[in-house]
Write a protein that binds this ligand. Structure first.
Ligand code: NAD
Length: 442
């Protein structure tokens, strides 16, 4: 459903009126297109104190951006990366202020700020305090920066090579992360897998996407196909026509199958005889009622589709070796699973369960199978599901985030595609909120 308010604030009279009334000023977001695939302009590389990660400058080679450490630029920076990995004390935090305070106003609209930190140490509470402080800093700056710009914290562990961070920085420093802000991503030290063709980084990989007939799942299938994957699009047999239309459009294979079927994993494995490189658990349902009014079947169906079938098929496919080494599993959580939501005890429980799943399984799946496990947690995304929400609740959902607008299915899909990159081996057990920094939840 069109966001008429966003359209209104894009006109001069609309902007004037809404400013006078003190209403939100959403900036149109620059998303990936074939014509404008990159941010363009200077990338200002700053350091707070001494860097604790060797060679991080090399990982900043994002296409379209020219790295410089000179703050006195003629052109506004399109992005600023602050290396704060060496900040280990409360006093050291002063270097963060000293580095960013003079330049933050010069960031171009739709710009990016990425703060590089490291993992708070269990053995050094001064370092832990300073590194944890960066989280509060980034989340606050995300709320005040405005003009469609975003701010993130990437934690690079001591001992990681800078190339472990490269795919993450490329994603965050690109139009693909337009609706991601205020996020903390903690990397492992794992080295990236090689990419043969940067224009088609997923070439040679088979990706299965559940719930792919429409909405977010169809967008995920489309972006994975754009990036070179051979896609199998799965949805319930009742959605066969829509599924086949989507699959035909993308050159994908349609697999009409209810993911809760007892033989679902076997049928998925049979559909990908050479193994799956990417498994995206996207299918999801809501059956809202307050707990006091919720019959057991509404509870059970939501937990079955959103969580239990994800656990079961993941276990069975991993056990059967149907997910290839270097493989990627991406599940779909929700802001509701972080913040909770009236009438959604079943849905929020199932989505919080997804978060538990990826955090626990990620490290073990990497050790045992060479597979990463991550989740996206969408906020308010413009789909048929949210178009059905009553007007005032929908408007509140759209505006209650730092970017003052709803996201698009493609925003979630771009995050899934980043998790799926061969270069993202160091991204594991993470939950990325794609929510424009929603005011709800952590
Ligand atoms: P949607 O209802 O438009 O699409 C979901 C798809 O999943 C449908 O095509 C449906 O047929 C399919 N599906 C449902 N049960 C299935 C089953 N048993 N087996 C196979 N396929 C099944 O929803 P959407 O808005 O595109 O949401 C996609 C995912 O994102 C869901 O997991 C949802 O919970 C999550 N999510 C969405 C939003 C949002 O704002 N739209 C926010 C947070 C999380």
């Amino acid at each position: 459903m069109a966001d008429r308010y966003l359209h209104l604030t894009g006109t001069a009279p609309g902007r004037f009126l809404t400013r006078r009334l003190g209403l939100p000023q959403p900036a149109p977001l620059r998303r990936w297109t074939l014509e404008t695939p990159h941010l363009e302009g200077p990338l200002l590389h700053l350091t707070a104190g001494a860097s604790a990660v060797a060679g991080v400058a090399e990982s900043l080679r994002a296409p379209g951006l020219t790295v410089t450490d000179r703050a006195d630029l003629a052109a506004r920076p399109a992005a600023i990366v602050l290396d704060a990995t060496g900040v280990a004390s409360a006093v050291g935090l002063g270097d963060v202020h000293a580095a960013l305070h003079p330049v933050v106003r010069s960031l171009a609209p739709g710009g990016r700020i990425v703060v590089l930190g490291t993992v708070p140490s269990p053995d050094d509470h001064h370092q832990a305090a300073a590194q944890q402080a960066l989280e509060g800093f980034v989340r606050s700056l995300g709320k005040e920066i405005g003009r469609g710009s975003t701010v993130q914290l990437v934690r690079v562990p001591a001992g990681a090579t800078a190339d472990a961070a490269e795919s993450t920085l490329r994603f965050l420093l690109s139009p693909r992360s337009a609706y991601v802000s205020g996020q903390v991503i903690e990397l492992t030290a794992a080295a990236p897998d090689p990419v043969a063709d940067p224009a088609a980084p997923l070439a040679g990989r088979t990706a299965l996407v559940t719930g792919a007939a429409r909405g977010i799942g169809a967008a995920v299938a489309s972006v994975l196909a754009r990036d070179g994957a051979q896609v199998i699009a799965l949805d319930v047999p009742g959605a066969r026509e829509e599924l086949e239309r989507t699959a035909d459009r993308l050159g994908a294979t349609a697999l009409p199958l209810d993911i809760t079927a007892p033989d679902a994993a076997d049928r998925i494995a049979a559909a990908a005889p050479d193994g799956l490189g990417i498994l995206v658990h996207n299918a999801g349902i809501t059956r809202d009622r307050r707990l006091a009014n919720m019959p057991a079947d509404r509870w059970a169906s939501v937990v079955e589709v959103n969580l239990d079938s994800v656990l079961r098929t993941t276990d069975e496919l991993l056990k059967a070796g149907a997910i290839t080494r270097g493989g990627r599993i991406v599940a779909t959580a929700s802001i509701a699973g972080i913040a909770g939501n009236t009438g959604q005890t079943n849905y929020a429980a199932s989505k919080a369960g997804i978060i538990g799943l990826v955090r626990s399984l990620g490290p073990r799946a990497a050790a045992d199978h060479g597979v990463t496990v991550n989740a996206v947690a969408p906020g308010f995304i413009e789909t048929k599901m949210t178009a059905a929400v009553p007007f005032f609740i929908r408007e509140a959902g759209r505006r209650m985030n730092s970017l003052s607008q709803g996201g698009l299915p493609v925003d979630v899909a771009e995050a899934v595609a980043w998790f799926a990159q061969p270069g993202s081996t160091a991204v594991n057990g993470q939950v990325l909120r794609v929510c424009g920094q929603s005011l709800l939840g952590a």
